[in-house]
Design a protein around this ligand. Sequence first.
Ligand code: BES
Ligand code: MN
Ligand code: MN
Length: 456
Amino acid sequence: MEEIKKYVETNKQRFLDELFELLRFPSVSADPKYKGDVLKTAGYVAGKMKEAGADHVEVCQTAGYPIVYGEKIIDPALPTVLVYGHYDVQPPDPLELWHTPPFEPTVRDGKIYARGACDDKGQFYMHVKAFELMMQTGTLACNVKFMIEGEEEVGSANLGIFVNENKERLKADVVLISDTSMISMENPSIETGLRGLAYMEVEVTGPNRDLHSGVYGGAVANPATILCKMIASLHDENNQITIPGFYDKVVELNSEEKDALNSAPFDLDAYKKDLEIDAEWGEKGYSTLERTGTRPTLEVNGIWSGYTGEGAKTVLPAKANAKISMRLVPNQSSEEISEIFTRHFESIAPDYVKVKVTAHHGGEPVVTPTDSIAYRAAEKAIVDSFGKAPIPTRGGGSIPIVALFESVLGIKSVLFGFGLDSDALHSPNEKYDIYNYYKGIETLPLFYKYYAELSR
Ligand code: BES
Ligand code: MN
Ligand code: MN
């Protein structure tokens, strides 16, 4: 521990400078205009991985953005840790809400503000630096394989193919991922589940053209009104989802599991205050932690129709669209849910409109074990570094590839995240505490140490 602290202390500024350099690349995977930047980011990551001491570093081409791979095999008899992360980020818009530019990392009050600061550049880069530290201090206790991808924020479709085609190369005993949150630095926690996702787009069409809303209004159905009604009908008075069969495979937690989940420190008043809402909302009969961690949900992610420009235009729009996604829990299948959503949405369309439903990316839910050697190693690492045992929690977000690591490679993951829910992931002014960054770099080597010890 002393040696680790000393190495971090000596290299503090450089660790920060390198992360800043990484954050300056606008590696937005969703928008083709950033293509050159995303590719440059992969090159930067590969270079840093090599500098840190990894062998066989390769920028692996795919049909989309490349995967950066590198490894250090010190002894085939030792356990192997597969580190996964992503160098792509979400689009930065709305730009006008950022206090400082999203791709010009800025420190305020001990926090790094930049798109990707927490999700996931700040977090995966801790692994590169922890690896450097273990190499430099001669303390690397396990074999390591790195797989840092560039398409997580758009569904990881090509990584799925890569994993299927590289089963031998990716052989490992555990997948280690820092791309999730902790409750707080005072209450360290480890997420033990991720929700799945089914992402849909719908289009409701009325007349064959936009109409004068005075001449035709009241006599022709308005697709915007109909779409809103259809969407509103997807939740009932208890805020349960009304799609037939939606809950069929959902497993209820037993009362012991519920108690454990609800015993995690959570301050509803602080939560409401942070979001400036007067009341929370959700499925009747469940707590906020249950709603986000263990229950499936349906959200409108975007909705548009008609005239949205300056001033007023009296128009009856010809069509209305929405993006709608559902978060899934064990044992829901994203394909099945996409299908029943499509069938249901088509069935509730009245005669006076036409409806088109298309499916975007999806992903399966996962629950990670808390009785594994890897989980115990993470627990011990946190005890040493935070002076407190981590609380197991269920996360509301999704990392679709994690389910594939399990189904294709047969490897379970440890979600060793150091972010905070308040880090504004995907929002303007995303941040990552410098404290968390260094804390992560200090804690990860302990995981390797304990994982090797417990594997013996
Ligand atoms: N790192 C997040 C997922 C996450 C965040 C999990 C916080 C737990 C806590 C990841 O980058 C992400 O944003 N995933 C997307 C899914 C993807 C298919 C676009 C998500 O959850 O919306
Ligand atoms: Mn992420
Ligand atoms: Mn994300």
